[in-house]
Design a protein around this ligand. Structure first.
Ligand SMILES: Nc1nc2c(c(=O)[nH]1)N(C=O)[C@@H](CNc1ccc(C(=O)N[C@@H](CCC(=O)O)C(=O)O)cc1)CN2
Ligand SMILES: Nc1nc2c(ncn2[C@@H]2O[C@H](COP(=O)(O)OP(=O)(O)OP(=O)(O)O)[C@@H](O)[C@H]2O)c(=O)[nH]1
Ligand SMILES: [Mg+2]
Length: 464
């Protein structure tokens, strides 16, 4: 990779959330971090303080001598820092004006504004962490539940990286062995020997990738949330259900059918499983312009959902609209929620069972809070029943980019095996094996393109 001249400038950003707070941190990283700090800091001599110390002092505007803030300033010297560069962190009083003022001073005294994710990008480019660990930093910040966080920490600790590195090493070893066999054939049947070697290794690596991919479905849910759409005709209690799952009154509930006009999206924590819950407008034929748009969106929410909560009103007989909704959600992962069971029940359970081919059916009363724990348990069980890898050491693959690369790597290995089966020359088979090695390297960032790196880190928050 070619380094541009701006790549390792001294950078600075506010690393705490924007707005008022108890304390804000302005972070500086790079060769000139200490020089910049020395120009604007009055306190102990920063050349003399030990690394990894925090020091009391004041920030002064050197052009006017004006005192800006009373601060604590951390000094962390390269290479044992977050970025492997010199880092200064100025802990100031958490007001917006003072914090911005200090950042401006830092910029006018030799640093430049960091781009989003640039500190972590440096940690990657300087070799402290690899690409999948960098991605875990962002997952950690965005983690929706304790289980999601555990998966991210596990990845940040490098467990996925180690696994991928082992796979790559095994592939490289076999490729080296193949080269040797070809260059120095000791036996007459070198072609047979080499094929056997390649096949064994391809089969073995394939098996390990398949195992890893088996965690992908759950992993992706932990990272991105389970897209869950609450569907049903107007007034059956969809928004009431959403509020219960959120443990918060987010959606407006009234007895007027057609209350929810647009889709509402919220994250809920259901026994550690993050749900991306979508409350929808009740689906019915309507001439109301606004409601119609809502209803169209509800239909789309069915298509994009991983899980449908189909809500029926148990106190009324099944309507044609209900039947249509059952049909529209057939073939999807679905829980049928029979709500309003506190009222006299008119819905026929047998009919529902038949129509839905005995999907998961749960009776609830959103008003009396009945059946909602059961619903939560069922959701968690449907997606995380068979031995969720929740122990700290179990590696999970959670990231769509990684999953895509693993699938391609798996395909490359299948090409290797197929090639050997059909008697393809070994040097052609080697190409597929090498491709697998490259693809795995993209996960850890051992092989990558600059555009990918820029795109990945630009999704980070500023100051990270
Ligand atoms: N004030 C502050 N808090 C913070 C961060 C930070 O940058 N500043 N972090 C930023 O996200 C996170 C902590 N992550 C960090 C990861 C590695 C190193 C680091 O210095 N690693 C060195 C030396 C480790 C050691 O002393 O053993 C290394 O790996 O060589 C620092 C912070 C969360 N809290
Ligand atoms: N008796 C009874 N009433 C309920 C129950 N759940 C919801 N309701 C009431 O039914 C009415 C409609 O509830 P909502 O949650 O707004 O229904 P919705 O499906 O979101 O309705 P739309 O947004 O109009 O499609 C409100 O008056 C709720 O209080 C329940 O379990 N039992
Ligand atoms: Mg509603």
């Amino acid at each position: 990779m070619v380094l541009t001249t701006t790549e390792f400038d001294t950078i600075a950003a506010i690393s705490t959330p924007p707005g008022e707070g108890g304390i804000s941190i302005v972070r500086i990283s790079g060769e000139e971090a200490l020089d910049v700090a020395k120009k604007i800091y009055r306190g102990k001599s920063l050349d003399k303080v030990a690394s990894n110390t925090i020091n009391y002092g004041h920030i002064i505007d050197p052009s006017t001598g004006q005192e800006i803030d009373e601060v604590m300033l951390s000094v962390m010297r390269a290479p044992h820092t977050y970025t492997k560069e010199d880092i200064i962190e100025i802990n100031c009083h958490g007001g917006i004006v003072a914090t911005n003022r200090i950042l401006q001073l830092v910029i006018s005294n030799g640093a430049r504004m960091a781009e989003p994710g640039e500190f972590t990008k440096r940690a990657f480019l300087n070799g402290r962490i690899d690409l999948s660990q960098s991605e875990a930093v962002m997952d950690l910040i965005e983690a929706k539940t304790d289980r999601s966080m555990k998966a991210a920490i596990n990845q940040l600790d490098g467990n996925l990286s180690h696994l991928i590195k082992h796979l790559r090493k095994d592939i490289l070893d076999v490729l080296a062995q193949v080269e040797v066999n070809i260059d120095y054939p000791e036996y007459d049947d070198v072609e047979t020997m080499t094929s056997k070697l390649l096949r064994e290794k391809a089969t073995d690596v394939h098996k390990r990738i398949v195992q890893l991919l088996q965690t992908a479905k759950q992993g992706k849910i932990l990272r991105d949330g389970l897209a869950t759409s609450i569907i049903g005709r107007p007034n059956v209690g969809k928004s009431s259900l959403l509020n219960h799952l959120l443990h918060e009154d987010k959606a407006i509930v009234t007895d007027v059918p057609g209350t929810t006009r647009d889709v509402l999206e919220e994250y809920a924590n259901v026994q550690g499983v993050p749900l991306k819950l979508v409350d929808t407008a009740g689906i019915r034929d309507t001439t109301d312009k606004v409601e119609k748009i809502g209803v169209d969106r509800s239909r789309k929410a069915i298509a994009s959902a991983d899980l449908i909560l189909l809500v029926l009103n148990a106190s009324e007989e099944l309507t044609d609209e209900d039947r249509q909704l059952i049909k529209a959600t057939n073939g999807k992962q679905r829980i049928v929620v029979l709500n309003k069971t506190d009222l006299p029940i008119k819905l026929k359970l047998n009919e529902i069972k038949q129509l839905t081919h005995a999907d998961h059916i749960i009776s609830t009363s959103a008003i009396k809070s009945d059946g909602l724990k059961e619903l939560e348990k069922l959701i968690s069980k449907m997606f995380f029943d068979e031995g969720i890898s929740s122990s700290q050491n179990d590696v999970m693959v959670t990231n769509a980019r990684h999953i895509g690369l693993l699938n391609q790597a798996k395909q490359a290995l299948e090409d290797v095996i197929k090639g050997l089966d059909t008697g393809m020359p070994v040097d052609l088979v080697q190409i597929d094996m090498t491709r697998c090695w490259d693809l795995l390297g993209e996960i850890t960032g051992d092989s990558y393109q600059d555009e990918l790196i820029d795109q990945l880190f630009s999704q980070f928050c500023l100051g990270k």
